[in-house]
Design a protein around this ligand. Sequence first.
Ligand code: GAR
Length: 196
Amino acid sequence: MFKIGVMASGGGSNFKAIIDRIGEGDLEAQCKFLITNNGTCGAVSHAEEFGIPVYHISGKTHPVVADYETAMMDVLNKYDVDLLILAGYMKALPACMIHRMPDRILNIHPSLLPKYGGKGFWGIHVHEAVIAAHEKESGPTVHLVSEEIDQGRILAQVKVPVLEGDTPEVLAARVLEQEHNLYWKTIRDYAAELRS
Ligand code: GAR
């Protein structure tokens, strides 16, 4: 069985959509852990509901950088997952994690990369920038994680319209709905690619 670990910082709706699909049998995988930098976020509640072990690792829990990195690596080494899934994880990963799992870490980003990616482009700020630039379309991207933020190989994208009068929040909701359809399918397809 394919093993995944998830990292999330916020509401965790992408995390929930993935574990729901696992539960329904659409995605043949086991979720072994959640790593979060926010011990009270929605993703933690979802993990607890599904009995998934939670590791809260942040600058607060591990103020010394070396300890922080060791804690992260300890989780990876303990579970030896096939894929690490970033689902609304709002911090850059330590380079040691990226080196530990080359081409095995996926991220979802709420814009059509390479547009509106990189430093400062996360969460609602992405949608604010898209609207300010009067873009006619936006949409989520799933990509492999490399050391350059949001620049790894693109695995999948879905376009959604940006409508007249959209606020960043309205656009975010339209994009998020597509994220929930896109992420689990991309994980399924990429897992198949790795197996072939
Ligand atoms: C999603 O829109 C995701 O694409 C974005 O954060 C949101 C998390 O929602 N990720 C980034 O901006 C990463 N750069 P969720 O917590 O409900 O899954």
